[in-house]
Design a protein around this ligand. Structure first.
Ligand code: GDP
Ligand code: MG
Length: 709
């Protein structure tokens, strides 16, 4: 962070290779140092502190290697002189290789330091020392797999016997001559990532980052409350105020949302990274995991139980979404009904006021129809927030990773997909964490199959209308599961065809479980719920007005409407009029294409509207079935739907809405993130075709077999 010393020029091929030996106390660093350097060493002190400094050297393959023994540390924070010295040395002297000596018999704890070097992007070799002890304790470490996951060479050592030292020397030479690589990226989860995204650009702007300290690294240190980095920024930044203020306010927000200080949250995620890697690369014959988190994970991430538990939890979420949402939904429904009556009451009975129809049928029918589902939406988001904040979502991704690897896919893709349960737009943006373009495009293209929050109102409207209460949660669960299954299958298909090739191995973080704070889950629920409300007040409102106009005009000529004598006659008149409106004409033009799916013209126009935003489907149904209704005691929308369609058709509507073309915003964000219209249009066309095909098969087979008709 201060001026880099120029005694060693990093990467120069002619000079000696500088290797820094790091590791926890008692990991066998001194033993290894002696093995490497023999008698060629001298001992001194680091200037200004009473921390011992040892240097030595050896020759290997004709290359001179200089070794400095860093003080034994557990981390690279600024809380002890040893840690500060170790950090200063690797940052300022930029060794070509850092050898992290790890006690393999106590792997998870020892790897913490390794994550710190990885995040600094320092060229690293992991020396798994005490391999004999680890083996005696029943731990089998798959070094090759660990090496793939961490993207660094891993060498197994027994330093006091000299076993593995030659391999280590070889690995050191290889790393020293390899091209530099970008720092490893640990995913810190939504809360911390949001804070990092706020602070890092400020540091970037002030040009404070310089290798190996990236803006992200400096931002992490500020969040950890590192005094040295803070002072450094205070002195070097032209305007340190806003940066330090942003960091401080993020620290306070995080503490309030998660109930722990940011440095603990950060350490938890780093341990999560390690824990995820060790679950994959280490087999133990003895049970060596002791924390509460570990014990919970024995069940939650169990090879056999993990997936059933995941689906069972999802089922529970949907059960709650429906059963708790029912009552408040009724209140909102009644509220809008009451509002409609009040507004309708301003006009004389039987009047044909356009304004009345716009307000009551168009706006209350459309926007109201969407807002009714706010309780369901909030409950779903509440459940997602609890699962996320408690740490379960990370397990879900981990479990699905294993599952997806079985079918040749990578699980890091599953995180954007989980976000897709909320909204596809941030899900597609979250694919940025996938470094491999093939993985990224595949995930982006299938992400809309994860049923987003905007589709929930469609299910919440149709399921209770057509299925008995005992089936509600089951149906919802089925729809979501179909989406997940299709996403997985499509991804597999894409990886086999368009995006063939290996995917990069990744570590799936398993941070410890924590009890979410009330404040945190309310904030996280509300953030997403608010977006839904905002959309209802803007986009949905606008489209509702358009939809209303399409379903109202052209109006029937005055003399053509003879007064209706019976209710049946009334309905018939209304139907003829609707069929003549623009919406009716568009729908009827579509009918030949959609009739085989069991859809009529009303559903056709609603599907067009749903392309703007999925909720519009519900709004449109509300409008179409409200327009032209004369009497106030019109049956509720669900009843009208039940009169018009059968359960098979309802299921087909849900299926089509689940799979078909995502909304406009999704197409736009796919275009932006993939940087090409080609993929955006491919997504649009591909998903629509898939939806058509599947719905066609289901409807044709279902109606022939007489299921739900
Ligand atoms: P340091 O604190 O990291 O410098 O650790 P030392 O090099 O002083 O080693 C601590 C103890 O572990 C010493 O008694 C070493 O002999 C012992 N030791 C070092 N490497 C190994 C190894 O691979 N296996 C076993 N069983 N003991 C080791
Ligand atoms: Mg020592």
């Amino acid at each position: 962070m201060t001026k880099p010393t120029d005694s060693i020029s990093p990467g120069s091929p002619a000079g000696p290779i500088l290797v820094a030996l790091a590791g926890n106390p008692n990991s066998g660093k001194t033993t290894l140092f002696n093995r490497l350097t023999g008698a060629r060493q001298h001992v001194g002190n680091y200037p200004g502190v009473t921390v011992e400094k040892k240097e030595g050297g050896y020759r290997h393959d004709g290359r001179e290697v200089r070794v400095i023994d860093l003080p034994g540390t557990y981390s690279l924070t600024a809380f002890s002189p040893e840690e500060l010295v170790a950090r200063q040395v690797v940052i300022e002297e930029r060794p070509q290789v850092v050898v992290d000596v790890v006690d393999a018999s106590n792997l998870e704890r020892n790897l913490y330091l390794a994550t710190q070097f990885m995040e600094l992007g320092l060229p690293l070799v992991l020396a798994l020392n005490m391999a004999d002890v680890a083996e005696a304790r029943g731990h089998t470490i798959d070094c090759a797999h660990l090496s793939r996951l961490f993207q660094v060479p891993v060498v197994s050592l027994v330093a006091n016997r000299g076993t593995g030292v030659e391999e280590l020397k070889q690995a050191i030479l290889e790393v020293a001559s390899a091209p530099p690589r970008p720092p490893a990226r640990i995913e810190y989860g939504p809360g911390l990532e949001r804070a990092l995204a706020r602070i890092a650009p400020l540091l970037e702007e002030s040009k404070l980052s310089r290798p190996p300290c990236s803006a992200r690294w400096l931002a992490l240190k500020l969040l950890e409350g590192d005094p040295v980095v803070r002072d450094d920024i205070q002195t070097r930044a032209p305007h340190p105020g806003p940066i330090l203020d942003a960091a401080e306010s993020c620290r306070q927000e995080l503490a309030r949302e998660f109930g722990d200080d940011a440095d603990i949250l950060i350490a938890d995620r780093r341990y999560g990274f390690i824990s995820g890697a060790c679950q994959e690369a280490v087999r133990s014959t003895v049970e060596s995991r002791h924390t509460i988190s570990d014990r919970i994970d024995l069940v939650m991430t169990n090879r056999l139980l993990g997936i059933p538990i995941f689906f069972a939890l999802m089922f529970l979420v949907f059960k709650l979404t429906f059963s708790l949402g029912d009552a408040p939904m009724g209140w909102i429904e009644d509220g809008f009904g009451w509002l409609g009556d009040i507004i309708g009451g301003f006009w004389a009975e039987g009047s044909e006021s356009l304004l009345q129809s716009l307000l009551v049928d168009g706006i209350i029918g459309g926007v109201g129809g969407v807002l009714v589902f706010l309780p369901n939406i909030l409950l779903l988001f509440l459940a997602i927030a609890i699962l996320e904040d408690s740490g379960y979502m990370a397990r879900a991704a981990f479990i699905m990773d294993r599952f997806m690897q079985h079918i040749g896919l990578h699980g890091k893709s599953f995180i954007p997909m989980l976000i897709g349960f909320g909204c596809t737009v941030p899900a597609i943006m979250a694919t940025r964490t996938l470094e491999n373009r093939r993985d990224r495009l595949t995930t982006m293209l299938v992400a809309p199959l994860m049923s987003c929050g905007a589709r929930l109102p469609i299910y919440a409207l149709l399921i209770p209308a057509f299925f008995p209460p005992a089936w509600h949660a089951r149906m919802l669960w089925l729809i979501y599961t179909i989406g997940i299954a299709l996403a997985v299958l499509c991804a597999k298909l894409l990886r086999k065809t368009l995006f063939r090739g290996d995917s990069a191995p990744f570590v799936m973080e398993l941070p410890p479980y924590r009890i979410p704070t009330l404040r945190g889950i309310v904030i996280h629920m509300w953030e997403r719920g608010w977006l839904y409300l905002k959309k209802a007040g803007t986009l949905i409102l606008g489209i509702s007005v358009v939809m209303w106009a399409l379903a109202t005009f052209p109006r029937p000529a005055e003399n053509a409407t003879s007064p209706a004598e019976t209710a049946e006659h009334e309905h018939a008149l209304e139907a003829t009029h609707l069929a003549q409106t623009y919406a009716g004409r568009i729908g009827r033009a579509m009918e030949p294409a959609i009739a085989p799916l069991g859809f009529d013209w009303r559903i056709g126009t609603a599907l067009i509207g749903a392309f703007a935003a999925k909720e519009v489907f519900v709004a449109q149904m509300g409008i179409v079935f409200a327009v032209g209704e004369a009497d106030e005691e019109s049956p509720a929308l669900r009843e009208r739907l039940r009169e018009t369609y059968n359960p098979l058709q309802a299921f087909c509507i849900m299926l089509f809405c689940l799979i078909s073309a995502p909304c406009m915003a999704t197409i736009a964000v796919t275009k932006r993130e993939s940087n090409s219209w080609k993929w955006a249009l491919f997504q649009l066309g591909g998903l629509t075709a898939l939806a058509y095909l599947i719905t066609l098969v289901v409807y044709q087979v279902g109606s022939r077999a007489g299921i739900g008709v």
